[in-house]
Design a protein around this ligand. Structure first.
Ligand code: PMP
Ligand code: GLN
Length: 385
């Protein structure tokens, strides 16, 4: 084994391994049910898999065009038009990415310079903050109230300075399951108009929304859309997180800058999958069912654990449910999550890792993107704690 002894200053000295890697590793090691990392334990549609296979057999196995296969960008434009009545030009305003993570990384690389401030809301998805820091930016992290995760827009206004370059929002929100209301989006609009502040709107769970609520995409608000990078993930929508396919919508000038970085970050992404997604995405039936599909899973999971000692407020969107365990133990959420995995054989995510200063509200996140059988097994375990 080579010995490394060259002085090296870490660019991310305080960043640990992602909680998703840690908890999935631990779940595997202890043969625990993995409700930690967010991924379905059922298969993607066979039709979609056959379409990928067909695209491979037909020889689409070399580099795709840098911004994405045109037929896929056209399908994305049609989908966006039919859902949000906004036209994004496939040629100049849509870029296909290697999942939402690469889109987010590339957006931040494109826009954030040293000392730029980026407002984020905690708990926050784990890739935002380190990526901002990698490019010399400064995350301005607003801790949300753990009861309702509501954004206080007056507080946000107070934190805006001449250094504020971008605000990152995420609705439906991972991990809380909260969604942005019309009033939230309206207030955000008021806040940003007459400023040069950009918006990164992480909408990877756009189709997973419950109780007849509506997803307010930034695309629906012209004065937000004109400054917004909107990020989507096919992994969430088509139950294939391992494919790492997604896209970014943004006005032409922003997309032009984004692609300057994208071409050196990845150049282009998986070719046969783009061809398959182009035709699969044409049918709205392939995603419009997701709200009721996941609502059933949420409701099943919550009804099965209603007599447990965990308490909860039903998730409004995403495939995550937060459960409060303060009636069970005073352990930290991190220690409890580890103990549950090792002793009770069920893995979850402690949400302190997404909070400012690891603020521990005694809450764990459970992913309910699982078969009925798995949800029943999980509930049996949770009811016996
Ligand atoms: N944003 C949020 C809020 C997420 O939950 C995830 C991951 N599931 C991502 C971005 C990254 O998505 P992808 O797997 O497509 O990179
Ligand atoms: N987005 C998924 C989650 O929140 C995990 C993605 C990852 O493993 N990086 O669980």
């Amino acid at each position: 084994m080579p010995t490394y002894n060259i002085p090296f200053q870490s660019k991310l000295p305080n960043v640990p391994t992602s909680i998703f890697a840690i908890m999935s590793g631990l779940a595997n090691e202890h043969s625990a049910l993995n409700l930690a990392q967010g991924f379905p334990n059922f298969e993607s549609d066979e039709k979609l898999i056959s379409l990928v296979n067909k695209a491979m057999v037909e020889g689409n196995n070399q580099y795709a065009p840098m911004p994405g296969v045109m037929s896929l960008r056209e399908s994305i434009a049609q989908k966006t038009e039919s859902l949000y009545q906004v036209n994004y030009n496939p040629d100049t305003e849509i870029t296909v990415t290697a999942g939402a993570t690469q889109a987010i990384f590339t957006i931040i690389a494109t826009t954030i310079k040293k000392d730029d401030e980026v407002i984020i809301f905690k708990p926050a998805y784990d890739c935002y903050e380190p990526t901002i820091e990698l490019f010399g930016g400064k995350p301005i992290a607003i801790q949300l109230d753990p009861e309702d995760f509501k954004i206080d827009w007056q507080q946000v206004r107070g934190l805006i300075s001449d250094k504020t370059k971008m605000i990152i929002i995420n609705s439906p929100h991972n991990p809380s399951g909260r969604i942005m209301t019309y009033s939230d989006m309206f207030q955000l609009e008021q806040l940003l108009k007459d400023t040069n502040i950009l918006l990164l709107s992480d909408e990877v769970y756009e189709h997973i929304i419950f109780d007849n609520e509506k997803h307010y995409s930034a695309a629906l608000f012209p004065s937000l859309a004109e400054r917004a990078f909107i990020v989507a993930s096919f992994g969430k929508t088509f139950h294939n997180t391992g494919w790492k396919m997604g896209y970014c919508l943004a006005p032409a000038q922003l997309t032009n800058e984004l692609r300057k970085v994208h071409q050196f970050n990845v150049f282009s992404v998986n070719h046969p999958m783009q061809i398959a997604l182009a035709s699969y995405l044409k049918s709205p039936d392939n995603y419009n069912y997701l709200g009721s599909f996941y609502q059933e899973k949420r409701d099943l999971f919550l009804s099965l654990i209603k007599d447990s000692k965990f308490t909860s407020i039903p998730s409004k969107g995403t495939y995550f449910q937060l459960l409060n365990f303060k009636n069970i133990t005073e352990e930290s959420d991190y220690d409890f999550a580890i103990r549950l995995t090792k002793e009770y054989k069920i893995a979850s995510v402690p949400i302190s890792v997404f909070n400012n200063s690891n603020y521990d509200t005694k809450v764990l996140r459970f992913c309910f993107s699982k078969t009925e059988e798995t949800l029943k097994r999980a509930a049996d375990i949770l009811c016996n704690i």
